[in-house]
Structure formats: C-alpha cells, structure tokens
Design a protein around this ligand. Structure first.
Ligand code: SAM
Length: 267
C-alpha cells in the first residue's frame, strides 16, 4: 500500500476521538497545543473546551481549511509549521504549563517525542497516539527488549501510561499497524533529575545503547572514552561496567550521565 503523505491517517472513529480529548481532563483554564490537527477530528472537540488552543499543522491546505473553519473562534490559532521546528515554550501561559495532544504523524514519532523532552519544563501532560510498537518502547521497563533510548528519554521527564490500543479501521486511510494512545504526565520541577543539557543526554544515551549486545563499558569505549574514564564513571555511578544499558533503571543512567558531565569526558 502507498504510504500516505506526511503520515496522514485521519481518525474517523467518533468514540476514539472523544476518549482522546477526554484524557486531557478539564481544559477550560488551560492552553492546549495540538500536533497535526489534520481535518480537525480532535480539534473540533478541543475548540469547545479549551481556554486557548494552538494547532500546529505542516500541510498548507489542511492549515488553511482549519483556519477557515475556526475563523470565528478567537481562542483557536492555527499555525502552519513543522512541529520539530516549533519552540513550544512561546505558548506557555502565565499561570501554568501546556497540555499537548496529537495523533502523531508516524514517520517522525521518535523525533517528536525527543522534541517534547527538550520542552519538558513547559509541559504538564501529553496525550499522544503513535504506532503500537513505538509506544511499547516508550513505556518499556529495564530488562526488556523494547527498553532503550526512547524509554529513558521520555521516562526521565514523565510518567508513562498506555490508555488504549486502536485498530487500523479507526482511521482513513487505515495504517498497516495498530496504534496506542499514551498519557505522559510530566514531572513537576521538584521531581526532575536535574538534567540541563538535554541534547547531550540524548547523545549520551545513544552511546550507551549503541549496540544492544555489548556491555555498557564497550559501548562507551567505542564512543571515544578510555578504559580508565569508563571505570571512573561507572564507579561514581555505582554501576558494574559489565552491565548492559538495557538492564539499568533510569536513575542509574542519569547518575552515569551526570558523572560524565562533571568530568566533562562526554561532549
Ligand atoms: N489529528 C488528525 C486526526 O486525528 O485525524 C490528523 C492526524 S495524522 C496521523 C497526522 C497529521 O500531522 C497530518 O495532518 C499531517 O499533515 C500532520 N503533520 C505531518 N508532519 C507534520 C509536522 N512535521 N509538523 C506538524 N504537522 C505534521
């Protein structure tokens, strides 16, 4: 089957779009950002409920269609833009954080999730639909095959829960895969791990998970660290160097990263 342009599988199941909107909770006093509103299946419900709604849509004709449809709703703003190039912090309300929603374009789901991580401090909650296999990776626990970069990157910032699994026939055209809606409840500022260099953390995790079968020490060595440096970092973070990254819980990987930052052994 030909892949739809820009991951455009539109939601046509009425119950599902309502359940997604309901999962945002009471949004009457909240700024909501929607990623990829498409023809407005979820947008229509949100526009009736949100204090302010900002829709980011890359497709020019869809953005124009929505702008026309909501032309009388001054609290709804449709922005024609690439979500990956959009600084979410500019939408932060004076009195709180943003709630975000999206039936994500599946071809860039991982990049969008990392983009959300880079904006974690301005986010309160995200209800996001993605391919089921990707959602399984985001929600995975240590010691499983799915646990990796995406799990740690997201779980460092948010508590992840799977809300529902959606079959292909809920969309038009139907995708070839099942989908899952995840709820990401972002930690408030007292519960964060103290990572300030988010992009460095991502590239550090890439090194740790580089080759799944290799030990953490070997993966870090192939990223340019000397054996001594690896030993010192592992000691500081109280991690046996022969561990594999996929066995380590999030706080351990964070401790290792923070040790590397302190020693400035990683970029
Ligand atoms: N929300 C609609 C729905 O549920 O029917 C559409 C969802 S569809 C899976 C993904 C939407 O994201 C499409 O409207 C597509 O044009 C839009 N999109 C694709 N890439 C994008 C990007 N980089 N930035 C913003 N929107 C994008």
């Amino acid at each position: 089957m030909k892949k739809p342009k820009l991951g455009q599988n539109f939601l046509v199941d009425d119950a599902v779009r309502h359940r997604i909107a309901d999962a945002l909770g009471d949004i009457s006093q909240t700024t909501v950002v929607e990623i990829g509103p498409g023809h407005g299946a979820i947008t229509e419900i949100l526009a009736r409920r949100a204090q302010r709604l900002i829709c980011i849509e890359l497709d020019r004709s869809l953005a124009a269609e929505l702008r026309f449809r909501f032309r009388n709703d001054t609290h709804v703003e449709v922005i024609e833009a690439d979500i990956l190039q959009t600084d979410l912090s500019v939408f932060t309300p004076a009195n709180g954080r943003i709630r975000l929603v999206g039936n994500l374009p599946y071809y860039i789901t991982s990049d969008i999730l990392l983009h959300l991580c880079y904006h974690a401090s301005v986010l309160e909650l995200a209800i996001v639909m993605m391919q089921r296999e990707v959602a399984d990776r985001v929600a995975a626990v240590p010691g499983t095959r799915e646990y990796g970069l995406l799990s740690v990157s997201v779980q460092v910032h948010a508590t992840v829960a799977a809300l529902m699994v959606i079959p292909p026939d809920a969309f038009c055209p139907p995708p070839e895969v099942f989908s899952t809606v995840l709820r990401l409840a972002f930690h408030d500022r007292f519960d964060r791990y103290g990572i300030t260099e988010e992009r460095s953390f991502t590239s550090f995790l890439r090194s740790c998970f580089q080759q799944k079968r290799k030990t953490l020490a070997n993966n870090l060595k192939s990223s340019g660290l000397s054996a001594n440096e690896v030993r010192r970092l592992c000691e500081q973070a109280a991690i046996p160097p022969e561990s594999r990254a996929e066995e380590l819980p999030v706080p351990k990987l964070v401790a290792l990263f923070l040790a590397s930052q302190k020693d400035r052994v990683m970029p």
